[in-house]
Design a protein around this ligand. Structure first.
Ligand SMILES: O=C(O)CCC(=O)C(=O)O
Length: 290
């Protein structure tokens, strides 16, 4: 790995300043530059290589069979020791914990978005919360790219949208035809057509150097980040939560991402979200201490 800039601070939680927290609360998204040491990125890269080579790990394809196809894999923590080491040992959980104001930090899930080979499609606009069986405030995702990206190929967010309505998801089969077609088609309003009217939305994104991270509220609208003909964009999103997050039951017609069969048989609505599906990252569990 070529070293192109100064190393990040020894303790990157110092980058989570009161001003940054205030901006996060207002915009639902912030970029923290030079936060992750190259060694953490190397561990992430090793985890990604294992996942790509693992036939047992489901590779979900967006735009399957089309020129813009790209891969998503979920719950990589469960199958890749490198990802486990990264989440237990790196400052990722500490940074998220400080941002959301919780000393306890649990992992909700993680997802790779792998755009290789050039010409990959935009990720459709969406929010994450409609897919998750939970309620509460102390929750955030960290988006980490292994590749340097110009702003146009970075994930985009609508600033402040985490404070607005929660919309239905997108229909993965027909999103190209109409990105506002509902995924669940139940109680949530359809997504607005953001691409058709970009000027009406406060869209933010950043030039990314590996080591920079984006912290986002899962209620924020986000999407985008296509790759150009020779572009490559391999990113992971780490989704963590704190003390105030509780289980929220959902009808079987609104399956969650990821699926967690049995969860609703163990927890009542309003119960703290505690289940082996969601490993505790902070304080570091006993079995991870030496
Ligand atoms: O990286 C991407 O293209 C999508 C990321 C995403 O949807 C997320 O972080 O929730």
């Amino acid at each position: 790995m070529v070293q192109t800039r100064e190393l990040p601070p020894q303790d990157p939680t110092t980058l989570i300043t009161p001003e940054l927290i205030e901006r996060y609360q207002r915009d639902g998204v912030v970029c923290v530059t030079n936060a992750l040491h190259p060694e953490w990125l190397m561990l992430l890269e090793m985890g990604l290589q294992r996942i790509l080579a693992d036939p047992g790990q489901n590779k979900h394809l967006f735009y399957q069979g089309e020129p813009g196809e790209f891969i998503e894999t979920i719950r990589n923590f469960d199958v890749a020791p490198e990802i486990q080491r990264l989440f237990y040992d790196s400052p990722i959980a500490d940074m998220i914990g400080k941002l959301i104001g919780s000393k306890n930090v649990w992992l909700y899930s993680d997802e790779f978005f792998i755009k290789e080979g050039g010409g990959c499609e935009r990720t459709p606009w969406h929010q994450d919360l409609p897919y998750w069986p939970l309620e509460g405030q102390q929750i955030a995702s960290m988006w980490i790219s292994l590749d340097p990206l110009p702003k146009a190929q970075c994930l985009e967010y609508v600033a402040g949208s985490h404070l607005g309505p929660m919309y239905d998801g997108f229909d993965p089969q027909r999103v190209k035809e109409d990105p506002t077609l509902p995924h669940y088609g139940q109680d949530l309003p359809p997504l607005p057509d953001i691409e058709a009217d970009r000027a009406s939305f406060d869209i933010v994104s950043w030039d990314i150097t590996p080591g920079d991270v984006i912290l986002a509220h899962p209620g924020a609208l986000h999407g985008g980040g296509p790759t150009n003909a020779d572009g490559r964009r391999r990113a992971i999103t780490v989704r963590c939560y704190g003390d105030d997050i509780v289980f929220a039951a959902r009808p079987p017609t609104r399956p969650t991402v990821p699926l967690t069969p049995g969860l609703g048989l163990k927890l009542q609505p309003g119960d703290p979200l505690r289940h082996p599906f969601y490993p505790r990252l902070r304080p570091l569990p006993e079995h991870q201490r030496v």
